[in-house]
Design a protein around this ligand. Structure first.
Ligand SMILES: Cc1cc2nc3c(=O)[nH]c(=O)nc-3n(C[C@H](O)[C@H](O)[C@H](O)COP(=O)(O)OP(=O)(O)OC[C@H]3O[C@@H](n4cnc5c(N)ncnc54)[C@H](O)[C@@H]3O)c2cc1C
Length: 253
């Protein structure tokens, strides 16, 4: 029975199996959008569509069998024939340094996914993404999907980084009409510093789901900001990317 003939239950069972099975992904494109980030576009032979907001595990395997795996969000629209990842190189980072400095086009890496149900956009509900640093990645997937569907207005993004050069996808986010804040860079519209409640308040109108993503410290800041503005906590979905460098929220500003 082919995919077109599968019932919804069967299709879900197949997708669940693939999400728990490791598969090979080939690096088709690799570039370094900034000195500290790498963008990988990978081909996976057999995959089911993902939902915007989901992530994959990338596993590295040394010749002696030692393995290390980390989760990485997808930046790509589910219709994109390739999976796109944007990874920030962490100092002494076991996996991110390898992906940035060693991995090459043509290399095959082990992948498992797509993973994540809670932090996904359903492609129909008006949403606001409040994201910091590499936390922009799942928001980019949501915005690309909304644009393809001709419903760009459904996904609003407020993104924060240190400087335009250090914020992944800054140019694309600007084209998408995102509200941007830089903690260490003045723009004509605003001084340097984290988002203020006055900047976020006008973005709340009509939004039904709120996606917060970034370092633990950024997530705490953004979630508090939304709660202080009266957003229902049941409508807030948070994804934390790991150790906090504190870069996305400058406490001195
Ligand atoms: C659901 C999910 C999705 C994620 N998506 C992305 C993504 O799209 N892009 C991306 O770049 N990362 C993402 N991450 C973070 C990623 O999984 C790794 O934690 C990160 O790449 C560091 O792994 P590493 O092996 O290089 O560093 P490690 O060897 O694990 O750690 C090296 C050093 O870096 C510090 N460190 C680890 N992670 C971070 C971090 N996120 N920020 C600051 N310091 C850190 C550690 O404390 C340690 O000092 C995601 C995490 C989660 C949970």
């Amino acid at each position: 029975m082919g995919p077109a003939e599968r019932s919804v239950e069967e299709a879900e069972a197949v997708a669940a199996h693939r999400a728990t099975a490791w598969t090979d992904g080939t690096i088709i494109e690799k570039d370094l959008p900034s000195p500290t980030t790498v963008r990988l576009r990978m081909h996976v032979a057999r995959r089911d569509g993902h939902r915007p907001g989901q992530h994959y595990l990338i596993r590295l395997r040394a010749p002696d069998g030692y393995t290390a795996q980390r989760p990485y969000s997808l930046a790509s629209d589910p219709d994109d024939p390739l999976l796109e990842f944007l990874v920030e190189r962490q100092p002494d980072g076991e996996v991110s340094e390898f992906l940035a400095d060693v991995a090459e086009v043509g290399d095959v890496l082990e992948l498992r996914g797509p993973i994540g149900r809670w932090f996904t956009w359903d492609s129909g509900t008006p949403a606001l993404c409040l994201v910091g640093g590499t936390g922009v990645v799942p928001a980019v997937a949501m915005a690309r999907t909304a644009r393809r569907l001709g419903r760009a207005e459904l996904v609003r993004i407020a993104a924060m980084g240190r400087t335009p050069a250090q914020l992944p996808y800054a140019a694309e986010l600007e084209r998408l009409g995102a509200t941007l804040a830089f903690t260490r860079h003045d723009t004509p519209e605003r001084g340097a510093g984290p988002f203020t409640p006055e900047e976020i308040d006008p973005l709340l109108a009509g939004a039904e789901t709120f996606f917060v993503c970034g370092s633990a410290r950024f997530a705490a800041y953004a979630e508090t900001l939304l709660l202080d503005l009266g957003v229902d906590p049941r409508s807030i979905r948070v994804e934390r990317f790991g150790a906090s460098t504190g870069d996305e929220v400058d406490p001195t500003s």
